[in-house]
Design a protein around this ligand. Sequence first.
Ligand code: ZN
Ligand code: ZN
Length: 464
Amino acid sequence: MSVKIKFLGGAKTVTGSSHLIAAGNTEILLDGGLFQGHRDAFYTNNTTFHYNPRTIKAMVLSHAHIDHCGNIPNLIKQGLRCKIYTTSATKDLADLMLVDSGKIQEEDVRYVNKINRRMNLPLRKALYTAKEASRATKIFRSISYNQKFCIAKDVSATILDAGHILGSGIIVLDIKDAEHSLRLGYAVDLGRKNLPLLNDPVIPKGLDYLIMESTYGGRLHRPIDEAQSKLREAIFRAVKRGGKVIIPSFTLERTQEVIYFLNELLKEKLIPLVPIYVDSPLATNITELFNYHLDFLNEKTRQAFSKGDNPFELLNLRFIREQKESKVLNTDKRPMIIIAGSGMCESGRVLHHLQNNIEDSRNMILVVGYMAQDTLGRRIVERNPFVKIFGVEYELNAEVVVINAFSGHAGQMELLEFVSGCLPLKRIFLVHGELEQSLILSDILTQKGLDVHIPDKDEEVLLN
Ligand SMILES: [Zn+2]
Ligand SMILES: [Zn+2]
């Protein structure tokens, strides 16, 4: 039996993770992520398949981030009928994330079609709707960490804790027939040690091959505990001058981490007791899911829960679902902390908070996540003197603070440490990274005598 990997997406880029493993005639997918980018590239990349979704025997899903699961509803529309194996937390989180993604796509198509109608251009269709997305997780099957299970002829899978987000997994595939036996590890995305809510990543043993992310292959992270002290200093300063703190945040994991740190700071009375709002229906629903999946949290957090000390139930914290409640915050002039979606300030409720607060120098925009190029978030991080929000130009007078210590991805040192723990390895494939980042990591690993390859999109590699 020959075993091949085809790198379908997330190769030399960070989004759209999806890889096809062909063990003889058995085809397995690792992830079915959404490629994120400009509109035309988005449609082309997410709808062009160089394989037949109907012939896939099984999918194993690493975690619920959209760049890993976001194309699943579309794959189902294109004929994918197999079971999708993942953890129970990922199944529940993916359900929320996919419906939200469907809503975003419907909104975007409505917006584009308004213009296209005016210009007599052909109308677009959403990649999938919220309704279509809501049916996707019906084919998901939950499995526990560390449990080896057969997913197709000659192929077994085990999911280990990746320590990246709630329920995230490193996937280990064991491919075995009379002539062959090989073990392939898939650490995309890989978390880091000492994250506030999660366990450390588990190191898989006995691998022959490793497919690993390289998002921060060239970057050394600041230690995570620095996030809490930086958060304290920043909030203290803004509140002292009577300002509001706006935190654009990713709804999954980052929002819960920020709440966790705020809770710790409040318990120690290290920040003033000001109102805190989480203004995002999705973040609210996700935070509720954390309460149902305590098994996926680390020992310290589980113990806190069992003592009745829920880190997401602060006296001064309110979760906001309704839009009108969100708008009330605009007229409330008290110092406060507003954590709002979306992470890169491209859409979502964070926009009207920015619109209302960006020109007042007492206020602060506190950046706790990655801001991609060409996003409003990036323009704020770069402190452009003027920024456009809903087509109107605003003066950026609010203080901008960037905390780099937050990251759910392993940095360079952590990636190298992970690889050392996996040795010996026949070959490492670096994916999920901009080429520049992957190359830096590849050079270091090659100097250590390892065989490293950075595959192209749609490249096929035979494993021995
Ligand atoms: Zn991720
Ligand atoms: Zn990812």
